[in-house]
Design a protein around this ligand. Structure first.
Ligand SMILES: Nc1ncnc2c1ncn2[C@@H]1O[C@H](COP(=O)(O)OP(=O)(O)OP(=O)(O)O)[C@@H](O)[C@H]1O
Length: 648
């Protein structure tokens, strides 16, 4: 008897009255992801995955001639020592490998078919939104996965159903947790992650090491929930697993034991003990059979490499010539025979309909709603940034306090404008951690066909607009009057607009860079470098006409240049500045700008801009240049995400 662990999910028997009965009805009525079939058996024959060594050009089998099958309602464990090929086999079965490197046959209900239409691949990482609750995470997944024909009430019922099935009722309204907020336990988080990915009850579920990183009680609970779901809904489940405890191991129906990419045992979990006993390897009393098998087939630490290869080869040939292998192969053949001409099977194989449950705009809307909730609750991602910008505005306002209208103040004004744009844009790197967290969720959901890249990029763009606007507005409201820039609502508005556009481009650049290199430190360094580089060629430190020809291109693609010039035009035009009065002759003036004859007591802001060569600034065109740069970067962001494979 397995021990009764705390938090154990309920194991429902077929016919139990739970909320997910409603969801079963939803599935039958409205879901077409499996072409209408009730359940899917999976069989594979002589599956191989071969790579070519880039240096030696030699072919190398990572997986070789592996066969097997799993029937609906069954759960199979792929086990083997580290590097045996578990993940590769799982990816192969899930159709996630380049077909050019794959050979062998896959059968869905006895016929060749597209596995991706009927399956979900649950990755190892718990890619969830930490500031959202368990229920919210699952609900958003449900909103994305169910067609619009499913009513909101039915979707809520399905969410409640899956929460019950995974034993998450107690924590349904608790936040998942972040580095700042203590959330649910590791096991609950894993169950929530799996639940959110299998909400539509896909006919085949692949799980990449679902228990890794969990203690044995949590691992048992996770597997128990999965097995319960598989039995109840007749789902076919395959999981790669490292070292299950005895109780967890006994939850599996089938075992596929591999070593060096070859089958060492494939068959029922119960028969594995007697199979290895037949080979003379009796499992010691009170030992964990999973540990026993793994120890038995692990040759990695044998000093003599020839003996190690021989050791594995013996297990391979023993299985090839075994009755277990013959029985398995016969069962695969009879499975294929049994389903020949099957109506349901033909539906799976020939499915050509849109692979997404929701249309482009619905996907975008749901993603915007989720990101909005995420950003509003994410203190680090947004509110700390707002607070930081307000502090900076106060700092700048008090330092440049009422900057004045004397000619000595011209440089101070330029500096205030340069710093406003450059520093605010620079700090957009603070958005990288939030984006990288969201990117993990995106990768997982995209790979499972929840939505495509277009809606994600559009949602990411839309959601950045109000937040960047709040930042630009709060900075303007505080800093603009304190510094004493060109008075008037219109000027303050234009200042805010240019700041907003600069920040929007900066955000776009940051997500573009982080999408190319999704490693925090690397993305941060490159984004910081890019911003530093753009400061240099902006035309502030070096006058615009003095920038060397070789760097002119950089000046024109520099978003900070367009924002800085827009802001100085907005500030200087319409202002009048005092020249310095000559101490020895009170009727003569020393003017750096405008009329330098000494007869004029003042000069205009336009004189200053003319002197610096800013003669042709057109605020509308300059704003359009910023919008253009934003669009180019967002399109680049879209292309990068499209080009990156769903799973690296
Ligand atoms: N595309 C590839 N190119 C080169 N080697 C590969 C490739 N894919 C897998 N391998 C190698 O094949 C072997 C099996 O890898 P795989 O990740 O499937 O093993 P695993 O059993 O899941 O290991 P672990 O339990 O340590 O995660 C490893 O030695 C791995 O380095």
């Amino acid at each position: 008897m397995p021990p009764e662990y705390p938090e154990t999910p309920v194991v429902y028997a077929p016919g139990d009255e739970i909320m997910s009965d409603i969801s079963l009805k939803i599935e039958k009525d409205t879901l077409s992801s499996s072409g209408g079939v009730e359940s899917v058996s999976l069989a594979w024959q002589d599956l191989s995955f071969t790579i070519t060594n880039s240096k030696t050009k030699e072919k190398q089998h990572i997986i070789q001639d592996v066969s097997g099958f799993v029937k609906p309602g069954e759960v199979m464990a792929i086990m083997g020592p580290s590097g045996a090929g578990k993940s590769t086999l799982l990816d192969l079965l899930a159709g996630r490998k380049d077909p050019k490197s794959v050979s062998g046959q896959m059968y869905l209900n006895g016929r060749p078919g597209e596995i991706k239409y009927v399956s979900t691949y649950v990755m190892q990482d718990d890619a969830l939104m930490g500031v959202l609750t368990v229920r919210e995470n699952i609900q958003f997944a449900a909103d994305l996965c169910f067609p619009s024909a499913v009513s909101a009430a039915d979707k809520r019922a399905r969410v409640q159903g899956i929460i019950e099935e995974f034993g998450l009722d107690r924590v349904a309204d608790s936040k998942i947790g972040t580095v700042f907020v203590r959330g649910v336990s590791g096991g609950e988080k894993r169950r929530a992650s799996i639940a959110s990915q299998v909400i539509t009850l896909p006919k085949v579920i692949f799980l990449d090491e679902p228990t890794t990183g969990l203690d044995s009680a949590a691992a048992y609970n996770v597997m128990k929930a999965i097995v319960s779901m598989a039995r109840r809904h007749k789902l076919t489940v395959i999981a790669s697993i490292h070292q299950p405890s005895t109780e967890t191991y006994e939850l599996f129906d089938k075992l596929c034991l591999i070593g060096r990419g070859r089958t060492l045992y494939m068959g029922s979990r119960e028969a594995a003990l007697s199979y290895f006993e037949g080979l003379g390897h009796v499992c010691p009393a009170y030992s964990n059979p999973a540990d026993h098998f793994l120890r038995l087939v692990n040759s990695d630490f044998m000093a003599d490499k020839t003996k190690a290869q021989e050791h594995i080869s013996n297990f391979i040939s023993s299985f090839e010539s075994s009755q277990a292998n013959t029985t398995m192969k016969n069962e695969i053949i009879s499975l294929i025979e049994q389903h020949k001409g099957d109506e349901d099977t033909r539906k799976i194989s020939s499915r050509t309909t849109n692979r997404y449950a929701r249309n482009f705009f619905a996907q975008t809307g749901i993603l915007v709603a989720r990101s909005f909730k995420n950003a509003m609750r994410n203190v680090l991602m947004f509110w700390i940034r707002v607070a930081m910008y307000v502090c900076l505005a106060l700092l700048m306002g008090s330092t440049w306090w009422q900057v004045g209208f004397k000619q000595e103040n011209i440089q101070d004004r330029f500096s205030a404008h340069f710093f406003s744009v450059a520093f605010l844009a620079f700090m957009s790197v603070a958005g990288i951690p939030g984006f990288l967290e969201e990117r993990l969720v995106f990768q997982r959901e995209r790979a499972n066909g929840f939505y495509s890249v277009g809606p994600y990029v559009l949602a990411n763009t839309i959601i950045s607009i109000p937040f960047v606007f709040i930042i630009a507005l709060s900075f303007t409201v505080v800093a603009y009057p304190m510094i004493g820039l060109n008075a008037g609502f219109e000027h303050a508005t234009l200042f805010c607009v240019f700041l907003f556009l600069a920040l929007i481009v900066a955000e776009s650049m940051v997500v573009f860079i982080a999408a190319i290199i999704p490693i925090f430190v690397a993305a941060l360094t490159i984004a910081a470098f890019a911003n530093g580089f753009f400061m240099v060629v902006e035309g502030y430190f070096v006058r615009r006409d003095a920038i060397p020809k070789g760097w002119k291109w950089a000046h024109y693609i520099d978003y900070q240049k367009w924002a800085f010039e827009g802001i100085i035009q907005n500030d200087f035009i319409g202002l009048t500045f005092d020249c310095r009065q000559m101490p020895e002759n009170t009727t003569m003036y020393s003017c750096y700008y405008g009329d330098k004859t000494g007869n004029s007591a003042t000069f205009t802001g336009k004189d200053v801009l003319d002197d610096f060569g800013y003669t042709e600034i057109n605020l509308v065109l300059w704003a359009l240049a910023l919008i253009g740069l934003m669009l180019v970067l967002r399109f680049g962001f879209y292309l990068v995400l499209r080009m990156k494979r769903a799973r690296n």
